[in-house]
Write a protein that binds this ligand. Sequence first.
Ligand code: ATP
Ligand code: FE2
Length: 326
Amino acid sequence: MIVLGIESTAHTFGIGVIKEKKILVNKRDLFTTEEGGMVPAEVADHHVDVCDGLLKKALIEAKINMNDVDLIAFSQGPGIGHCLKVGAFFARALSLKYDKPIVGVNHCVAHLELGSMLFDCKDSVLLYVSGANTQVIAYAGGTYRIFGETLDMGVGNFIDAFARYLGLGFPGGPKIEKLASKTKEFVKLPYSVKGMDVSVGGMLTNMKRKYSSGVSKEVLCYSVQETLFAMLVEVAERALAHCGKKGLVLGGGVACNKRLQEMCKIMCIERGATLYVPPNDVLVDNAVMIAWLGLQKFSAQGRGDAYNSLKIRPYERTDDVKVGWK
Ligand code: ATP
Ligand code: FE2
């Protein structure tokens, strides 16, 4: 089956096409700023501007036309309402115009399921670290269970907030990583693991204070990475031990960070577990993962979703999703 995926939960508008497990194309257009963050209505305007052009390019690159597509899948939630509506509307219009079945999928579960498209990693814990989300998840008893998560802000949004403060623009993660690589000088920042959860509250104020008193950008970037990632590795390791799982799969944009990957690798080697790291272009928000989850949902249901069930779900949680395909 050929599946067209559409992603529009936040900053990224994406079109991906897969044929079973083969990626035919993965196109993305990212809303970025030189400084300042995202204004929902502006991001949605961006998605409206790029959607049809990106689809045309994707079809040409995949060497198919809309008639070859067997299924359309789109991100139904969670995310920014303005942005989700653009994707939902675009997907539904294409479904009606070309008479194709359509399914809506959960964006976070799509990040998690991507591992199963790329690796044989059934018995794994997932460390999902993106902009809005920071969760340690394992599949158990018919659903994805969240073993630990951030108590306040997602690690990506936190890093972006600090980057914004430094005037580095959006997305901040890659810029922070670059600055961090310039030093190994560490300053102590609040390290906050509570049971299986992490918290970043208070860290930004602490960093701002240190910056005003003369600590360099580089030292702060290095220290924030070391501190945040150590917190994540600690809870991921505890989840591996608790669940008795043998693999760790990374997901989400922050997992592109080489230092986070390295720290996870060290922990996995020490525990005799395997680390699975998808390539960067499918770690960040992308529509290939949406197409892949759509294919599994469609195969399990044996049909597309009814049109009256396609409303966006801005607040849908990972553990709300009924997993019928495993
Ligand atoms: P969600 O999946 O929660 O909806 P999202 O839509 O913001 O989140 P992604 O595209 O998965 O997510 O991740 C974007 C985040 O990843 C941004 O916060 C960005 O700064 C961060 N990021 C990207 N590359 C890196 C990097 N090399 N190091 C650290 N963070 C990074
Ligand atoms: Fe995401």
